[in-house]
Design a binder for this molecule. Structure first.
Ligand code: NG6
Ligand code: CA
Length: 511
């Protein structure tokens, strides 16, 4: 039986899976470009009120698109946040989704349903460029000098050009379609997170070799030295393949632009994870000094430049109008994340967290409430939306956009929020879950943080992470800075919100 699927936003009734055709015979499906920043906080962009740094390219998208004020990453660190976005499943349902090492095996299993595979089924060519941080290879084959599989291809990306983990973790190389780029077979790459390679100097023993950045005091980041920066993990070899930190934005942005150029004739889905503004922050010399905030501020300018390059590529090819661009961040901001880059000292009155409390790693809202802009001139009216939205819904919302019916086992926690993402529904989700060292939920004006024991994550103190053995309840309508815990005065609210969390934990599927 053929199903008739109605595309609410495209205004076209179609038969079968996908067959949206405009009068000229070309596909009318919008391209989708997701620009996922690393560690950019709610208050880091001028569209969100920053004044010590200007982000004109992001601001252009914000003023011609919808800028969200109540949008959430699923987790307060990268790996669980990205896992949730690409699978539509809360990362806390799986124990192995914490911050991944650079030699982690593929975390999303090839047999899992994924967002990029759904997009492929909807007729898109899919690509991932930039930060990956979801592991690669498996126990049987993690051959750094050969073909690393499973990897992005097995999860639904036709093309990949990635950094395996983070800028501060080895191996410091790019992988294009799951092979190291520019590798000299006579100088193979070796990677270990267990023990150093004999003869390779380490940051902790050779501070004089750390000519670009030194680690913060009492901190890790003191192992392999690559380009005058010590990292987490050990590596040896691959000299010709090593990235240059100051060129990362240029390298990955040019690959993102090349992907757009190559696929401009047909619908494409590009997932572009920037390295900015994660540590080590080493912006290209042309961005240095663009702000008075040192490397962290200049990295925000570099991020904005990358966004500008993507916009320019779409515009040049006449496809900006019918491309959905989503700009957001994987988690909230951190100022000192392990290197002596003077970010704390030069911050001045810049507030990376905006009016919120906490930051990266934190259960307080700055950990996960992030900038979120959706730009789609062809179908959306510009504006500001306070709708409660979460990155967990990208999967089901893009599926709905393309008339894709989700299989039973796909995207268990992802809801179709297309109407709120396109600015039409001003309410959004009934509740949003957030993951840090504990779980939190926001519903209406209320934010509840589950009681938890645990140590604060460096560089935070327990007061900043929001990890507390007592239940916490905040009335965000009066207290967006989560200063006054009103749990004791509102036992019914506490019971209601804690029941939501219990229910989500106990039911493997919430969509
Ligand atoms: C932490 C690192 C931090 C950063 C983070 C991952 C220490 C003490 N801190 O473990 O520097 O790399 O992991 O950041 O090593 S994320 O944005 O990719 O989640
Ligand atoms: Ca991050």
């Amino acid at each position: 039986m053929k199903k008739i699927i109605y595309f609410p936003l495209l205004g076209t009734a179609v038969c079968g899976n996908f067959a949206v055709h405009a009068a000229d015979g070309k596909s009318d499906q919008p391209n989708v470009v997701v620009i996922l920043a690393d560690d950019i906080g709610y208050g880091d962009l001028s569209a969100y009120g920053a004044h010590r740094v200007k982000t004109p390219n992001v601001d252009r998208l914000a003023s011609n698109g919808v800028r969200f004020t109540n949008a959430h990453a699923v987790a307060a660190t990268s790996t669980p946040s990205r896992y949730s976005l690409l699978t539509g499943q809360y990362a806390f349902r799986r124990k192995d989704t914490g911050i991944a090492r650079g030699d982690a095996f593929t975390i999303i299993k090839p047999e899992q349903e994924t967002l990029p595979r759904m997009m492929q089924q909807a007729g898109y060519t899919t690509g991932v460029v930039g930060k990956w941080h979801l592991g690669i290879g498996d126990e049987k084959s993690q051959d750094w000098n050969g073909f690393l599989t499973p990897g992005p291809k097995d999860l639904g990306f036709d093309y990949s050009y990635i950094m395996a983990a983070t800028g501060d973790r080895v191996p410091c190389v790019y992988l294009e379609n799951q092979r190291i780029v520019n590798l000299d077979p006579n100088d193979p790459v070796e990677v270990s997170y267990e023990k150093p390679f004999p003869g390779e100097p380490l940051g902790k023993d050779h501070p004089e070799m750390l000519t670009v950045l030194k680690p913060s005091v009492n901190h890790g980041h003191d192992m392999a030295i690559v380009n005058g920066v010590s990292r987490i993990g050990y590596m040896r070899g691959g000299k010709s393949a090593l990235w240059k930190d100051e060129n990362i934005a240029d390298s990955i942005t040019s690959k993102a632009v090349a992907f757009i150029e190559k696929n401009k004739e047909n619908p494409f889905f590009l997932y572009f994870g920037t390295n900015d503004i994660h540590v080590p922050r080493v912006p290209h010399p042309r961005f240095r000094g663009q702000t008075e905030m040192g490397a962290r501020g200049d990295a925000i300018v570099e991020f904005d430049w990358s966004v500008g390059q993507v916009i320019a590529a779409l515009e040049k090819n006449g496809i900006l109008e019918n491309t959905i661009i989503i700009v957001t961040s994987d988690n909230g901001p951190v100022v000192d994340d392990g290197y002596q880059d003077r970010a704390v000292e030069l911050l001045g009155d810049h507030k990376p967290w905006g009016p919120l409390r906490g930051g990266k790693y934190s259960a307080f809202d700055a950990g996960t409430r992030v900038p979120f802009i959706v730009h789609w001139p062809a179908k959306m009216k510009a504006g500001i939306s306070n709708a409660l939205v979460s990155q967990i819904d990208m999967y089901a919302s893009l599926a709905a956009l393309n008339g894709q019916t989700l299989p039973e086992n796909a995207a268990p926690d992802s809801q179709n929020q297309l109407k709120s993402w396109t600015g039409k529904d001003k309410k959004g989700r009934k509740y949003v879950m957030e993951q840090s060292g504990t779980l939190s939920v926001i519903k209406g004006n209320w934010k509840y943080i589950e009681p938890a024991k645990g140590e604060a994550y460096w560089p935070l103190t327990n007061t900043e992470t929001g990890i507390n053995p007592e239940p916490q309840l905040y009335d965000l309508s009066k207290d967006i800075g989560e200063k006054s815990n009103v749990a004791a005065q509102n036992p019914k609210k506490v019971a209601e919100l804690s029941a939501i969390i219990q229910n989500v934990k106990n039911t493997p599927k919430t969509r």
